[in-house]
Design a protein around this ligand. Structure first.
Ligand SMILES: Nc1nc2c(ncn2[C@@H]2O[C@H](COP(=O)(O)OP(=O)(O)O)[C@@H](O)[C@H]2O)c(=O)[nH]1
Ligand SMILES: [Mg+2]
Length: 397
C-alpha cells in the first residue's frame, strides 16, 4: 500500500499540530488580574507572563534570548558587576542569596561580585562569600565622606524630625544608618572609585531569593538593547516618608526644564487615580516606584550631569535626614523624568522575592514560588502593587 503511508503520516502530523495548538492556547490560561476590562484591579494572583497591556504574548518575551546564551556568539562578559552593600552581620543571610543567583544565573557567566560596607569586611566574610562563586569577589569600604551625615544637616533637627516620623509610623526613621544607607544608594554608590570603569551593575541584597533559570546575559541584553534600568517590582511607598520630595523635584524641574525627557513617565509619577490619598499626601507624586533592592542599571545614567544636579539639589534640601527619602523613589523619579520610557525594562522573567513581595513568572524555568504571586502575608499587601499603573501609563519595554 504505497499511497496509504504518506496519508497516514499526514494524519499523524495533523493530530500533532492540533495538540500543539491546543497546548499553546491553554498553557497560560491563569486569569489575569491587573487591567481587567480596562479597570485597575488588585489581587494576589497576577500572571506576569500574560501581558497586562493586552499586547499579544510573545512580543514581550524576547525572541532573541538565545542570542545571549552561554556559548553563543554574544556570550563574552561585558563591563558589569554584581553589587551589594552589606554588613558583616548579614553574612548568613547573604550566603543563600548568593547561592540562588549563582545557581540560576551567574555560574553561566561569572560576573564579579563587589561588596560594599561602611566598615571593613571581616576575614570570615571574605572567605565564606568567595567560596560561593568561581567569579572574583571584591571587598570595598565606603569612604567616610560618602557615608557621613553632611555638615549642613542639623543634628538636633534630624533627631526631632526622626521622632515625628516615628510617631507617623515610618520604620527606621530614627536609625541614622538607614538614612545614610538611603543617601548612599541615591547619590553616592556610583561615585565609589572601585566602580569608576564599570558600566552596568546588578544590585543584590542579603536575604532576597531568585527562582528562575535565566539563560542569557542580562547585562549584554541591557547594552545591546540600549536599556538604562531594569526592575522586577513596582510598589507604592509611604507618603509620610517624603512629604516634600515632589515639591523639591518640581523646584528642580522649574530651574532645569530642558532636563525633562521628551518621552518621559510623568503620567505614571503623578497618577492620582489608584491611590489618591497617597498622591495627595506626597504633594502630587503617586509614590509608585521601582523597588530598588533589585535593580540592573547603567551607571552612566547616575553619573550624568542631570542626575548629579538632581541629587545635589535633593541633598541640599535635607530630606534624606529630615524626612526619610528612599533611594527607590529618588531613582524612580529621576528615571521617570530624565530618561526615555523605552529605556526602562521590566525583567518579568527574573523570579524574585524580597520579603514580603514577589515577582513570580509562570514558566517552567522557575521553581520555589507560585506563578503570579505578588505577596506573602496579610491580604492588605495586595494593594501595594503598582505595576498595573506602570503598565497603564508606560507599558512594557
Ligand atoms: N554596610 C552597611 N549596609 C547597610 C546598612 N544599612 C543597610 N545596609 C544594606 O542596605 C541594604 C538595604 O537595607 P535593608 O535593611 O535591607 O533595608 P530595607 O530593605 O529597606 O528593609 C541591604 O543590602 C543592607 O545590607 C549599614 O549601616 N551598613
Ligand atoms: Mg532589604
Amino acid at each position: 500500500m504505497a499511497v496509504a503511508r504518506p496519508i497516514r503520516l499526514l494524519g499523524a502530523a495533523t493530530i500533532i499540530l492540533v495538540l500543539v495548538l491546543v497546548f499553546q492556547l491553554t498553557k497560560h490560561s491563569t486569569p489575569l488580574v491587573g487591567l481587567k476590562g480596562g479597570k485597575l484591579n488588585h489581587g494576589m494572583m497576577r500572571d506576569p507572563l500574560l501581558d497586562p497591556t493586552g499586547e499579544p504574548e510573545g512580543k514581550l518575551w524576547r525572541a532573541e534570548e538565545n542570542d545571549y546564551a552561554p556559548g553563543s556568539k554574544n556570550s563574552a562578559r561585558i563591563n558589569a558587576t554584581l553589587l551589594s552593600l552589606v554588613r558583616n552581620e548579614e553574612l548568613d543571610d547573604l550566603i543563600p542569596t548568593m547561592r540562588d543567583l549563582e545557581r540560576t544565573w551567574n555560574h553561566k557567566f561569572n560576573y564579579p561580585w563587589m561588596f560594599f560596607n561602611d566598615k571593613p569586611f571581616t576575614e570570615e566574610f571574605k572567605k565564606r562569600t568567595q567560596a560561593e562563586t568561581k567569579a572574583k569577589c571584591y571587598y570595598e569600604q565606603v569612604p567616610k565622606e560618602h557615608w557621613n551625615m553632611p555638615d549642613w544637616i542639623n543634628k538636633e533637627l534630624f533627631e526631632e524630625s526622626a521622632q515625628i516620623l516615628k510617631e507617623n509610623g515610618i520604620q527606621y526613621s530614627d536609625k541614622i544608618s538607614y538614612h545614610q544607607m538611603c543617601r548612599w544608594n541615591s547619590g553616592m554608590f556610583y561615585k565609589h572609585p572601585a566602580l569608576e570603569n564599570i558600566r552596568y551593575y546588578w544590585r543584590v541584597e542579603p536575604k532576597v531569593q531568585f527562582f528562575c533559570n535565566v539563560d542569557y546575559d542580562v547585562f549584554r541584553y541591557m547594552q545591546d538593547n540600549n536599556k538604562t534600568y531594569g526592575f522586577t517590582i513596582n510598589l507604592f511607598d509611604a507618603p509620610e516618608s517624603m512629604p516634600t520630595l515632589w515639591k523639591e523635584t518640581q523646584k528642580f524641574l522649574a530651574a532645569h526644564p530642558d532636563y525633562l525627557s521628551e518621552n518621559n513617565m510623568m503620567e505614571w509619577l503623578t497618577d492620582d487615580q489608584l491611590r489618591p490619598e497617597h498622591t495627595e499626601k506626597a504633594g502630587g507624586y503617586s509614590t509608585c516606584h521601582f523597588w530598588s533592592n533589585f535593580e540592573i542599571g547603567d551607571l552612566d545614567f547616575f553619573r550624568s550631569q542631570k542626575y548629579e544636579d538632581y541629587f545635589n539639589h535633593l541633598d541640599r534640601a535635607g530630606g534624606f535626614f529630615y524626612e526619610r527619602w528612599g533611594d527607590a523613589p529618588v531613582h524612580s523619579i529621576a528615571l521617570g523624568l530624565f530618561e526615555d520610557a523605552s529605556r526602562v525594562h521590566w525583567f518579568r522573567d527574573i523570579g524574585y522575592r524580597h520579603i514580603p513581595y514577589f515577582n513570580c513568572p509562570n514558566s517552567p524555568k522557575c521553581s520555589g514560588c507560585t506563578p503570579g504571586q505578588f505577596y506573602a502575608g496579610e491580604p492588605f499587601l495586595a494593594k501595594e502593587d503598582c505595576r498595573p499603573n506602570y503598565f497603564k501609563y508606560v507599558g512594557t519595554h
